[in-house]
Write a protein that binds this ligand. Structure first.
Ligand code: NAD
Length: 348
């Protein structure tokens, strides 16, 4: 990826705590760059940088797709969350965020939790969102993300079949973590038949028990005959190897950066006749949820609901544009957000 597409990239090491972190700011055109802090045992600094660049770009698009006055950024911490994550490391990361003076606002992501945000907030009180409800924050954004994905699924079903009923629809979910599990619950309550998988077998077993779901292995999930396939684990799930296996006409899930190679795999899905809902359109609910903490309006909860419902309308716009112009949905979504970025914020 072209690093010069990004406004700034910051690297930080803190020997005392073992922190090795990167903050990538893709754009502040529409507002402060907001994006979660991901912690993973990356094999190299290059791999971590690549993730930060990809994810921060996705956040710019996601904020624009959700029509929020926010830019795109992302932080990655190199390390094993189970072994290396300590209060000292999170404080050192918090100091890095504070030094940026509000150009970057952080939140939880894969490998970090709402509880971790408290440590970061101790150092950067104004620049952390997604904090616990008990502490006056908006709490875990995952259920709102799942609700947004549900609206995206409804819009997609309506567009492709003219109906939104999920009763008896077979839906395959890859990854039943925070979002995948919430989504499974919502889909189950609407009468869908679920097939789930997770690399942590216990999580799949929990979903199977709660939602009468079938369990597939992480390798089998792509080839499960289904009405909808929902990638809800990590990025890159849609690639040369997996796309030919997919046996669902719709792909719509929560994971960020689902297309390993955006152009190549966006086209590949279209050529296979699979309707792909661009990830940053479908999964904007989490961002919408945490935005409440910045907005601080008395009618924020209502506005949040309306914005999450709006995800369905944006999906519809993207699908209509893609059909009308004969282009893949990722290009249609890109066009839509580029127009919004070009226009900037309407402050009239
Ligand atoms: P999570 O870590 O709670 O869940 C991910 C789950 O996927 C875990 O249970 C993990 O064991 C499983 N998994 C990992 N690799 C897998 C594989 N190859 N096959 C099957 N399962 C696998 O994370 P989350 O918060 O639920 O987020 C899921 C995805 O959605 C991520 O890509 C995240 O960036 C994205 N996302 C999350 C939110 C949010 O509000 N949490 C918002 C927007 C986007």
């Amino acid at each position: 990826m072209d690093t010069f597409e990004h406004e700034s990239i910051y690297f930080r090491t803190d020997k005392a705590s073992g922190l090795k972190a990167i903050i990538a700011i893709h754009s502040t055109r529409l507002g402060p760059a907001l994006g979660g802090c991901r912690m993973r045992p990356y094999a190299s600094a290059e791999e971590a940088l690549e993730d930060a660049l990809r994810l921060s770009r996705g956040m710019t698009f996601k904020a624009a797709a959700a029509d929020l006055p926010l830019g795109g950024g992302k932080a990655v911490i190199i390390g094993d969350p189970a072994r290396d994550k300590t209060p000292a490391l999170l404080h050192a990361f918090g100091r890095m965020v504070q030094e940026l003076g509000g150009r970057y606002i952080t939140a939880e992501d894969v490998g970090t939790t709402v509880a971790d945000m408290e440590h970061i907030r101790a150092e950067a009180p104004l620049y952390v969102v997604g904090i616990a409800e008990a502490d006056g924050g908006s709490g875990d954004p995952s259920p709102v993300t799942a609700t947004g994905v549900l609206h995206a699924i409804d819009a997609c079903l309506d567009f492709t079949t003219g109906k939104t009923s999920l009763a008896g629809k077979r839906i395959a979910i890859q990854g039943v973590g925070k979002v995948g599990m919430s989504l499974a619950e919502l889909l189950f309550s609407r009468g869908a038949d679920l097939v789930v998988c997770d690399v942590v077998p216990e999580r799949a077993r929990i979903a199977a028990k709660r939602f009468l779901a079938e369990v597939a292995s992480p390798e089998e999930i792509f080839g499960v005959p289904a009405d909808i396939f929902c990638p809800c684990s990590l990025g890159g799930a849609l690639n040369d190897e997996t796309i030919p296996q997919i046996r669902a006409p719709i792909v719509c899930g929560a994971a960020n950066n689902q297309l390993l190679d955006e152009e190549r795999h966006g086209w590949m899905l279209m050529e296979r006749g699979i309707v792909y809902v661009p990830d940053y359109v479908a999964n904007a609910g989490g961002l919408i949820s945490v935005y409440r903490e910045i907005e601080k309006s008395s009618v924020s909860d209502r506005l949040t609901q309306l914005r999450v419902i709006g995800i369905g309308r944006t999906v519809r716009t993207v699908l209509e544009m893609a059909r009308a112009e004969g282009i893949p949905t990722h290009q249609a979504a890109h066009r839509l957000v580029s127009e919004r970025l070009e226009k900037g914020i309407d402050i009239s």
